[in-house]
Write a protein that binds this ligand. Sequence first.
Ligand SMILES: [Zn+2]
Length: 176
Amino acid sequence: MSPEGNNPFRKNPLETHEEDRERMQLAISLSSSSPEQKTYKVGCVITDKNGKVLMSGFTGEMEGFHAEEIVIKKLKLAGLEEVARGGSIYSTIEPCHPRRSGKTSCTDHILSLGVSRVIYVLDEPKKIFKIAGPGEKFIDCQGAKTLRERGLEVVHMSELEEEVREINQHILKSKG
Ligand SMILES: [Zn+2]
């Protein structure tokens, strides 16, 4: 496959950001259509290295799977796995790692997929938020950190946080 050096996405950082925003807005609007009430409503979009949207999805589309997993599954089913190499994944919430249930984390799924960039909005909430439901515990999410350590470009698009919080009001409860 071609080297990452010629990625047109990288030529103009400002333009890159605009395109990232556009795709993240798509992920956010998808997350708002999630039927989930017990977990985060997450939207996810995968693009090829030129920014073309290959697949998208949201929590609740397939029961028991995280949004990133769902979109990666759909991508594989569509035979687009190879095209996604060197591309980007957009998720409205930081990819999990480790995962509370002990299953393979979305961070590990993303690493196996071979995309070069990960863009997310909301840090997986930690100590200041309560997760609804009995027996749930906080996990110090190492998703973004792990992806960076493995050499991926990770963009924290924090300016869209309010929108993502709004959609996840059912689960984000301030302790105060
Ligand atoms: Zn996950």
